[in-house]
Ligand binder design. Structure first.
Ligand SMILES: O=c1nc[nH]c2c1ncn2[C@H]1C[C@H](O)[C@@H](COP(=O)(O)OP(=O)(O)OP(=O)(O)O)O1
Ligand SMILES: [Mg+2]
Length: 201
């Protein structure tokens, strides 16, 4: 069976990729399935650079087909923060602390000034091949209080006016239809099969 390694420890992300790769006959593995997880320093200056670092590190180390996702939230009233630092905004990968800090920083900011953009960059790497890069973005608003229990990360605060719901109030299928990651995955689905068949190995 074909295998793809998702270069993430984040189970929320990994779940959203299974819907794309499983029907294509790929077994999906994540860093949590490896016995020794290599330490990857995300020290790029853009989402795409960070995704490239994560994917290429693993393809070089293990020879695996690898997909990395680097994503985050850019809040207009905060001059684009937390951006590439979204996972480390308030502490290390502490979703509750990150959400609390976001609410604190936006306290007193009026409803019509709470726009935010979620961004995802995906990079797929494989030995002997140029990496494939796609991106996706979605615009929404940051609520003043969390709503919903599904999803992960900033989902309970990220509200889509057009649906009247936060990402945490959507099923994973509904979220994939509108989210930054879902849009990047749609782009990936246009380009992946051709890229896969182009391997020179
Ligand atoms: O759909 C999403 N819904 C809610 N929150 C999200 C989403 N997508 C990214 N996020 C947040 C989670 C984390 O705070 C940061 C990504 O940081 P990012 O470095 O890409 O991921 P991560 O460190 O959690 O996992 P890993 O690097 O192992 O893939 O943005
Ligand atoms: Mg990370």
């Amino acid at each position: 069976m074909k295998k793809i390694l998702i270069a993430t420890k984040n189970q929320g992300k990994a779940r959203e990729f299974c819907a794309f790769f499983n029907p294509r006959g790929f077994k999906v593995l994540t860093l949590n399935d490896l016995e020794q997880i290599p330490q990857i320093i995300e020290n790029g200056t853009t989402f795409t650079e960070n995704a490239m670092i994560k994917a290429q590190t693993l393809t070089k180390l293990l020879g695996t087909v690898t997909l990395a996702d680097d994503s985050g939230l850019m809040v207009t009233a905060l001059a684009g923060r937390p951006g590439i630092y979204s996972a480390r905004y308030a502490g290390d990968h502490d979703d509750a602390a990150n959400n609390a800090k976001l609410l604190r920083e936006l306290s007193g900011v009026a409803k019509n000034e709470r726009q935010a953009v979620f961004h995802t960059s995906l990079v797929v790497t494989r030995p002997q091949q140029t990496p494939l890069t796609v991106v996706g973005e979605v615009t929404g608003e940051i609520l003043t209080k969390a709503r919903g229990t599904d999803g992960f990360g900033y989902d309970p605060l990220f509200y889509l006016p057009k649906l009247g719901k936060t990402f945490a109030e959507l099923t994973s299928v509904e979220k994939n239809q509108v989210s930054h990651r879902g849009k990047a995955i749609q782009q990936l689905s246009q380009e992946f099969d051709g890229w896969w068949q182009n391997n020179k190995e």
